[in-house]
Design a binder for this molecule. Structure first.
Ligand code: NDP
Ligand code: 8X3
Length: 253
């Protein structure tokens, strides 16, 4: 059975992707910092879909922890076919002048450096399987919007790394794709607003946002193409969000 490693499965897009790939018969390596959620999820995926699940309870920002995990990965879990680089976040929504260094560091360390640490460790395994990397970027990696500054910057870097991986790994037969969503209602805005659930809920008021399953299905579409087809990138938006930072509310679209 094929194996997929998905980062950031304890919520949102990663969680939906774990369920979608388990339903399609993948054994899974699942990741997140909240180890209790991860353990509960492993049990649920195993019971519901009959797949094997291996936990990767670590912070992708911790390069030593990432290296140690792959150094000790049991032989039966090393034949990984798919890496979904999903773990990420936005922290804060405000102008650069008033920006928080903690917010900036968390986004840069997770969205860029964490993705790099996991990808570097995974490339030797994916060379063996001639596997597939799916990078979760964002419309924020294609455009910028007011007060998105550093988050947009990190996702532009993901876009650049996606292109770099595609160029660099093609000769190894590794496929590389990105999915770049607009507004998806997950825990994303709760994290971005530092836990303020009222502000987070307002983000999705008055229009039909995307849901995590929309993105999971797109990931499965990418992965289920025949070997000669590489989807380089997808941009997926709510109908009511024509571009980054613009949402048409109360329009009955
Ligand atoms: P959620 O907040 O719902 O989920 C984020 C997931 O990432 C959680 O499982 C979280 O787990 C994990 N995560 C965050 N930081 C780390 C870390 N340092 N180490 C390991 N895991 C981590 O958000 P989404 O599902 O919406 O976001 C997933 C990806 O999609 C992100 O890269 C985001 O930028 C991107 N995206 C989201 C959009 C949206 O509108 N929601 C739109 C476009 C892109 P834990 O806290 O347990 O570590
Ligand atoms: C999250 C989507 O539109 O808030 O990446 O930037 S958006």
């Amino acid at each position: 059975m094929a194996i997929a490693l998905i980062t950031g499965t304890t919520a949102g897009i990663g969680e939906a992707t774990a369920h979608t790939l388990a339903k399609e018969g993948y054994n899974l390596i699942i990741n997140g910092r909240r180890s209790e959620r991860l353990a509960k999820q492993a049990k649920e995926l195993n019971e519901k879909y009959g797949v094997d699940v291996f936990e990767m309870p670590l912070d992708v920002r911790d390069s030593d922890a990432v290296s140690a995990f792959f150094d000790k990965l049991p032989a039966e879990w090393q034949s990984v076919d798919v890496l979904v680089n999903n773990a990420g976040l936005a922290a804060g929504l405000g102008c650069l002048e008033n920006g928080s260094l903690d917010h900036w560091n968390r986004m840069i360390d997770t969205n860029i450096k964490g993705l790099l640490y996991v990808t570097k460790a995974m490339i030797p395994l994916l060379k063996v399987t001639r596997g597939h990397i799916v990078n979760i970027g964002s419309i924020a990696g294609k455009e910028v919007y007011p007060n998105g500054n550093v988050y947009c910057g990190t996702k532009h870097m993901v876009d650049a790394l996606n292109k770099a991986m595609r160029r660099e790994l093609a000769e190894a037969g590794i496929r590389v794709s990105s999915v770049n969503p607009g507004a998806v209602e997950t825990e994303f805005s709760i994290v971005r607003m530092d836990g303020d659930t009222t502000k987070a809920k307002n983000v999705y008021e008055g229009f039909e946002n995307l849901v995590a399953q929309d993105i999971a299905e797109a990931i499965w579409f990418i992965l289920s193409r025949p070997r000669h087809v590489n989807i380089n990138e997808l941009i997926i938006m709510p109908t009511a969000q024509p571009t980054a930072g613009v949402v048409l509310r109360d329009k009955n679209l």
